[in-house]
Each structure stands twice: as structure tokens, then as C-alpha cells.
Design a protein around this ligand. Structure first.
Ligand SMILES: *Cc1c(COP(=O)(O)O)cnc(C)c1O
Length: 450
């Protein structure tokens, strides 16, 4: 049976995975989301305990690709995409850190990008089509997408990033590739980059250019992010035991992976959603009134400098509500249920930095700023409820070597640099620069697609 995806705005027809994936955003401006969630039985989930990551990925994702690509092809894609190690480091009791930083660009975004590039490559080969992927990045998406799509035939990638908001290593991981990858430094904020990408998608003057997105607005990026929740549970939880996850959040794509896993049947006690000073969500959860942060606030966890998380509209939909892309709520979600399932707090830069130091001193565990936000959010939650012996996982979403300046400041020494990063850091950079001006960006796209 082919699963259909509907728009969170409810005004476009439901489509299959291929169309949702290739279009990125629904014609009515909403985000695609499964009409219903496939359910895994407790036995199927229990069987994951014996399986390697790529096999778990196959068994989870097959529910979404059924009738769209063959099991044989999906299994091949998963095997190729997922030879990334996923260390689960026990910190104390049943509390662990899951390191999602071992991929080619050292952030969790590799997990989605590696899968997406292969799936998209396959669709385009089948259809003998070409496509341009536009993506806005606050640091890590651009690198993950650029690496995953580098030299994939039929695909060009244009990455927009805010010039002053990404670290040097983040930048080099995307600007040192060439061939089908272009990067554009925008003199503005991440929100400006995201807005420019959204304008391009909606622009009738660009209708002749086949565009797609690789941001977490794309369902193809979200689904693979459900897999590591199953994986963590398969290694840490007894059969049927519920878990607590703490997920450092910006655009809420990562945490939505956890929601997808839960909706598919993974027992989850709580998803903790710590944010930096962009605190629209914890305020909403507390008050029921949503006010996006505009402009977004800068912070040391720069990949989470998001004033209005686009995936909120999907979260709201899971809880029976409706939110449009500008953040207006047309139907309230079930707030009581959200508060039961989720916890969110805002972590200042000061607390983030103090956490890096405290966790090192206490546990000899090195966290970078995003992981530190997750850790601190977990501690905040523990002030309100107890774990009661359940397993908990704090997601570390990037390698500390991506933020040597911050680590150096707190610890007085720099983290080891993984080999993949070391190579990129030595290559010459090449990128374009532009004001945060949509007219200019449109002209740029037109010029590149004559
Ligand atoms: C993107 C990113 C996040 C935030 O993930 P979202 O899916 O946008 O919530 C957290 N940490 C790191 C290192 C990231 O790159």
C-alpha cells in the first residue's frame, strides 16, 4: 500500500513519497506529513536489538517507501548511507550520550543527507531528470547536504549561509567542494537565508527551474532521523521499556524524528526539547500563545539560531492543531497532551558554556555547545520529574572539533580534529557573496540556469 503525505496547511492534495520528496514544500505552502503513521509491532521493535544500524534503517524506512522503490534498492541505499558509527556512551546510571557526529561532516545532519542524496539520485535517474536543490543553512545542513550530493549526477546544489553566524570549520566543510556545489554567503541572518529560499520556491518567475529543498522542511530528511531513536532504544532499553530523549532543537527536524518513531510505536516517556535563547517554543508550551522570535537571536549553539522553527507546524499537526508557515495558529493543538509528552526549556549561552565545563569536570565527557544545551535541558527536566530508572539518551549532534573556539575558551585546550575535517580545512575555499536581497538572489538563479 502506498503511503500518502498531506500538507499541514490542508489545501493541497495528498501525494506519495516521491512527489513530497521532490517538491519539498506543498503547493499551499504547508509541509508534507504522513496521513497516517505505519505501526511497528512490539515484536518487530524488540528484534532490532540484534540488528546493525543499516538494517534497522531499512526496516523502519521500508514502511514509507513501500510501493515507491523496491526493498532491494532501499536495502542498498541504507547499506551505503549508514556505515557511520553511532557511539552510545554511558555517562552515569542509565543515562547515555548518543554521538551523532561521526559522519562525513561531523554533525547529525549527515544521517538525513546521506540517505536523501541516494534516494533523490535514484528518483532522478529513473525519470532522467535534473534538479536544483536550494538550501539555507545555519551551519551544518549546508555541509552535510553539499557532501552528500557532491558529484551526484543530475543534481546541482546551492547553499545559502549567514556570513557572520557560522564557524570557520563549518564554513570550510561546505565551501571547499566544487563541481555541482555552489555556496553563497549572505550578509544577513539564517532567517534571511531561509526566507530567500522560500521566496524562490514560491516565485512564478522561476517556474522553469526545477527546484527542490534539502532543509528539514523536506519529509525526506525527516524520516531517516527517526531511525537513531529506534537504534538507541534497541541498545539501551529492555523490550517495551519507555525511553527519555533530550534533543537540542532549532528547526525541530531532529525532535520530529523522535515523534515519528513514537508514532510508529517506539515506547517514549518524554521528549525533552531544549532550545537556546530562541525560546518561542518553551514559551508557547507554557502559555499557549505563540510568538516567533524575530529577528532570531545569535547564540553559541549557532545551528539552533532559529526564531520560528518550521517543523512546529508538523508537531502542531500531530497534536490535532494547525499552524501555517508564518506561525499563525488556525486551530489549537491539544496543549495538555503536548505538556504530558514534551518538556522544553531555554538555555542561555552562559549556562551552555558552564555545562561544557561542568560535564567535563564531573564525567570527563566532552560536549560541544549543542550537546551542552541538550544536557542542560535534561537536567532542567529532572528538576520537574524523575527518571525512575528508565534509560535516557542525550543527543550530541555535532563533533566538538567543529567548535574549537568555544571548547578552548572553557577548557583551555582544543579538541582533536577528525580526519575528514582535517582534509577539508586544508582545501581552498570558493564561495559567492550577496546581500540579503531576494531580487538579487532571483537574478543569480536566473543567470545560473540559462
Ligand atoms: C541543525 C542542528 C541542530 C538542530 O536541529 P533541528 O533539526 O534544526 O532542530 C542541533 N545541533 C546541531 C549540531 C545542528 O547542526
Amino acid at each position: 500500500m502506498v503511503l500518502l503525505f498531506r500538507s499541514t496547511n490542508g489545501k493541497s492534495p495528498a501525494v506519495n513519497l516521491r512527489d513530497a520528496f521532490l517538491h519539498g514544500i506543498a503547493p499551499d505552502g504547508g509541509l508534507y506529513f504522513p496521513e497516517t503513521f505505519p505501526r511497528l509491532s512490539p515484536d518487530e521493535i524488540a528484534a532490532f536489538a540484534q540488528l546493525p544500524y543499516h538494517e534497522i534503517a531499512f526496516r523502519v524506512l521500508a514502511h514509507f517507501t513501500d510501493g515507491i522503490i523496491s526493498d532491494h534498492d532501499l536495502a542498498g541505499i541504507c547499506r551505503e548511507a549508514y556505515h557511520i558509527p553511532v557511539p552510545l556512551e554511558k555517562v552515569y546510571g542509565r543515562v547515555s550520550v548518543m554521538r551523532l557526529d561521526q559522519g562525513p561532516t561531523a554533525s547529525f545532519k549527515d544521517f538525513a543527507a546521506q540517505f536523501m542524496a541516494r534516494l533523490m539520485g535514484k528518483f532522478l535517474r529513473d525519470e532522467k531528470r535534473e534538479i536544483t536543490i536550494l538550501t539555507a543553512t545555519s551551519g551544518d545542513t549546508g555541509a552535510a547536504v553539499a557532501h552528500a550530493f557532491h558529484n551526484v549526477p543530475g543534481i546541482r546544489v546551492i547553499v545559502l549561509f549567514p556570513i557572520a553566524e557560522v564557524s570557520l570549520s563549518q564554513r570550510k566543510l561546505m565551501t571547499t567542494l566544487r563541481e555541482n556545489i555552489r555556496t553563497v554567503a549572505i550578509d544577513g541572518k539564517f532567517d534571511d537565508c531561509q526566507a530567500m529560499v522560500k521566496c524562490a520556491f514560491a516565485d512564478p518567475a522561476l517556474k522553469h527551474i526545477p527546484l527542490s529543498s534539502a532543509n528539514s522542511i523536506n519529509i525526506g530528511r525527516l524520516l531517516p532521523q527517526s531511525v537513531y531513536y529506534f537504534y538507541a532504544a534497541s541498545r539501551l532499553a529492555r523490550a517495551g521499556e519507555a525511553m527519555v530523549f533530550s534533543v537540542p532543537s532549532g528547526n525541530f527536524g531532529d525532535m520530529m524524528g523522535g515523534i515519528v518513531a513514537r508514532e510508529m510505536g517506539l515506547p517514549v516517556r518524554k521528549i525533552i526539547v531544549p532550545v537556546n535563547e530562541n525560546d518561542a517554543f518553551p514559551k508557547f508550551l507554557a502559555s499557549g500563545s505563540y510568538q516567533k522570535i524575530s529577528p532570531s537571536r545569535n547564540s553559541v549553539s549557532n545551528a539552533m539560531n532559529v526564531g520560528h522553527p518550521s517543523n512546529l507546524s508538523r508537531l502542531v499537526a500531530v497534536y490535532g492543531g494547525q499552524m501555517d508557515e508564518t506561525g499563525n495558529i488556525h486551530r489549537m493543538p491539544d496543549l495538555a497532551a503536548m505538556r504530558r509528552d514534551l518538556f522544553s526549556s531555554s538555555i542561555s549561552d552562559e549556562r551552555t558554556r558552564a555545562t561544557i565545563k561542568a560535564v567535563w569536570d564531573k564525567h570527563q565527557l566532552l560536549l560541544e555547545p549543542h550537546g551542552a544545551v541538550a544536557w542542560r535541558g535534561f537536567e532542567d527536566w529532572e528538576q520537574t520529574e524523575t527518571l525512575n530508572g528508565l534509560p535516557a539518551v542525550v543527543l550530541e549532534t555535532a563533533n566538538p572539533a567543529k567548535f574549537p573556539e568555544e571548547i578552548e575558551k572553557m577548557m583551555g585546550w582544543s579538541p582533536d580534529i577528525p580526519a575528514v575535517m582535517e582534509a577539508a580545512l586544508k582545501l581552498p575555499e570558493d564561495f559567492d557573496q550577496m546581500d540579503a536581497d531576494y531580487e538579487k538572489f532571483r537574478a543569480y538563479l536566473m543567470r545560473r540556469h540559462l
